[in-house]
Design a protein around this ligand. Sequence first.
Ligand SMILES: [Zn+2]
Ligand SMILES: [Zn+2]
Length: 385
Amino acid sequence: MLKQSHAISEEMIEWRRDFHQHPEIGFEVHRTAGIVADELEKMGYRVRRGVGKTGVVAEIGEGGKVVAIRADMDALPIFELNETEYVSQNEGRMHACGHDAHTAMALGAAKILAGEKINGRARFLFQPCEETADEEGLSGAQRMYAEGAADGADYVIAQHVDPTRPVGTISINEGPSGGGVTSWQATIYGKGGHGAYPHASNDPFVMLAHVIMGINAIVSRRLDPFEPAVISVGAINGGFTENVIPDKVEMKGTIRFTSLEVEKRIRAELTRVFEIVKTLGGDYRVNFLFGGMPIMNDKFVSDTIARVGQDLLGEGSVGPLAKTLGAEDFPEFLRDAPGAMYMLGVQIEGRPLYELHHPKFDLDERALSVGAAVLAETALRLLRA
Ligand SMILES: [Zn+2]
Ligand SMILES: [Zn+2]
């Protein structure tokens, strides 16, 4: 499998550099999706374009089980600071999260699988807008899922590049490995007045102080200590000048969790904290917006990926995943099917580390043949399972 992957590594590098030079963001991945769909058609796939606005779904094979491989195609609104020959040509747009490589590797895996006698069907999900959401708050995976992209899939797999680990390694764990997201917005209403006459008003800032303390007691006092969760306040806006007590103060924040039950619990607890302001003579309004599911790696699929990693890359090249409550929209495709996402080492030796989303992020392209081989081999083994 590695040999087959090496044989097409030049082609994957070309694809990756082309996408890197022409980054597109959000759902506006028209050029990238067009190239992806054309290439897949050339390989003999049945291709659906425009799924979830600009996503591409492609399938090959007949009957049997369905293994879906997901790749994201969108870039970020970042001004690239690299000086490579393949630097971004779209000013203020950059593939700083490696989605150019994800797309190129998935195309590589598609090419490998098109040349195999497969037992069942391989389906590729190329999605737009992993990094953000549209005006209705929906991301690329959510839009594609809603249009049936994952219907009938028995397993769904994906990978993400990891600049902290060397080429030729992968990281995978079973269980929770990424946070779900819910954002919230609230307004605390008091009564405005003169800063010198606090008794004639009802200061929303004092209520805010109690609310912030209450929020910070939710994870520590109201949740099971073995349940990872975060509640962060990201914005507080209120007031105009030094001697005026304002009418209200507005807040925005994020909730991260690894189970939907905990998410529900936090909503209830957060709402209860805001009830404090009523005791203090004020009022409040709080709204929640569900942003995405946590990543829950299925045991069987993760074990299969780990075995593939060991067989292809050697003993010691498969490490545990660094767990995080950072979010990914991949798990939207896991609503009806088990699956897993692993991290692929892409570290450039001898270069300082530039993390994902850094304007100098780059990757070692030798990793492309590793990623494509692991995807293709995992798909074959899952279809035989
Ligand atoms: Zn990203
Ligand atoms: Zn990413």
